[in-house]
Design a protein around this ligand. Sequence first.
Ligand code: AGP
Length: 607
Amino acid sequence: MCGIIGIVSKNQVVDRLIDGLERLEYRGYDSAGIATISSSEIVHSKSTGKLVSLKNKIKQNPIDGHVGIGHTRWATHGEPIEVNAHPHVTKNVAVVHNGIIENFAEFKNGLLEKGIIFNSQTDTEVIARLVEEKISMEKCGPLEAVRLTIEKLRGSFALCFIFKGLENLIVVTRRGSPLALGFGDGENFVSSDALSLSIFSRKVCYLEEGDLATLTSDEVKIYDSFGNSVFRDTQILFTDPINLSKGQYKHFMEKEIFEQPEVISQVLGYYLNAFEGTLSLPSLPQSTEIQRIILIGCGTAFYSCLAAKYWFESLSGITTHAELASEFRYRSPVVRKDDLLIFVSQSGETADTIGALRFAKKYTKNILAVVNVEQSSIARESNWVFPTKAGPEIGVASTKAFICQLIVLKILNIKFASDLSKISVKNRSNLLNGLLELPRLYAEILSQNENIKKLCKKFIGSNSVLYLGRDVLYPIALEGALKLKEISYLHAEGYASGELKHGPIALIDESMPLVALNPWSKVFEKTLSNLEEVKARRGKIILFTDKKGKELSKDLTKSIFQLPSCSELLTPILYSLPLQLIAYYTALDKGTDVDQPRNLAKSVTVE
Ligand code: AGP
């Protein structure tokens, strides 16, 4: 979950290491650091907090070099203080690491017994010390020292090393965490994220599991885990370098919320032919051969899976499960060869989701990815890929990527339903037309953002907020609560409306705000009754509903926001938008770090 970068070049590298780290900061921002080889010596600079502190430090005490490695950290072992920041440096070695070494303690104890003194509490320092031992005691060359060290390690890692006295060498290796190499003219690059390389080079390749590589300014050599020299296919990146501009907006999250009408049009344009009213989809498994669908993801991506479960069962009539990736593979789930496994992820690098995917691959070939980052590990390891086309999402709290996941899953849902003759041609065309209406409806809601901002005032002085939804809006209540927690640090819980009376209703009093999603639908009246129960206990209800729902809820609350009417099956997509705005405006009010909230990282590459 940390970001790592390395550059070896005929030119100076420090400024570009910082540029690269800027594009990787979304992976972690507890601390940052770089190391280079200057006049044959290892020099380094580290700082806690955001990258800007490292930049300022380097401005005051510049360092130089033609080879260097850099790191942005999301703390796993050891709190985010300077000694725990990467690179970890010994006499001859500097290393940056993304991942977790599970058996680090046993090596640390062995090294401590030998009298080695550790400077940090990290698992990574153990790697530096082990490689150092191989170089200074056993006289191994750099590549051999790294190869022998990683043989013993358990866990996941992407590692980049530089060495004292070697101004034209980086050694890298990976297992479990991704690493991409970028090829330049008189310089070569490595990073945990190919997109961050796109500012330096469009020609990239991805290391495979267990690979090692040496990079000099003129040459890249790759070896498999057995030490055989291997060739890995190169690709040309067509993605534009990540646009780091917020434009007119104060935060990336705000920009990403407000650009959704265009983003939705973009994804619809990719999958639908609006003129002919037809779908144009990448290849996918035969619907008739699928017995069950299992959707898997984490966090927000899991909530899109949960919404899709409702859709796939009600419209396509296929037995569907939604699973948390982090639970899935460790509970010995049953996966059959006629199951379709759909892995949903913005980054495509979430370790839990990758773990679940690799587990599922042992049982079925039907592995489909719904991902935003098309070059990601999940996309590369899946047999079918449906890109979400949301464009780069920089804000840690997912907004537009979630909406695009819902849209892609809805499109798959319509496709299966029509292949299995579960919906009429007319119904299919109504649903497709409904989807095409979304950009306009989104723009309409966004134009009323000031009214939503006012509703957030209800949260002032509260320690907790409840979100309620029933049926297909239940996953959206969960997502709304997650969004609020993530960026405003206000405690929030999502519940299925019918569950309230089974316990959470005990929390309701005059100080408890409750956000309810209840447009007119087959479950409207049931939910209204649940909300009456809240009102009877003086809970402060903020209701999101449509025209008919508003008329029928007049006596319930004065805090009603009316959304445009749409097909019941599309309400999850529409009702997510005001909840994103609620989270954003509440965080603004509280003055939190909206784009980089505390303790989080955009891409969670540890289990
Ligand atoms: C979303 O706001 C969160 N930051 C988080 O829950 C995220 O959705 C989750 O970590 C999964 O990430 P992915 O979509 O990149 O796999």
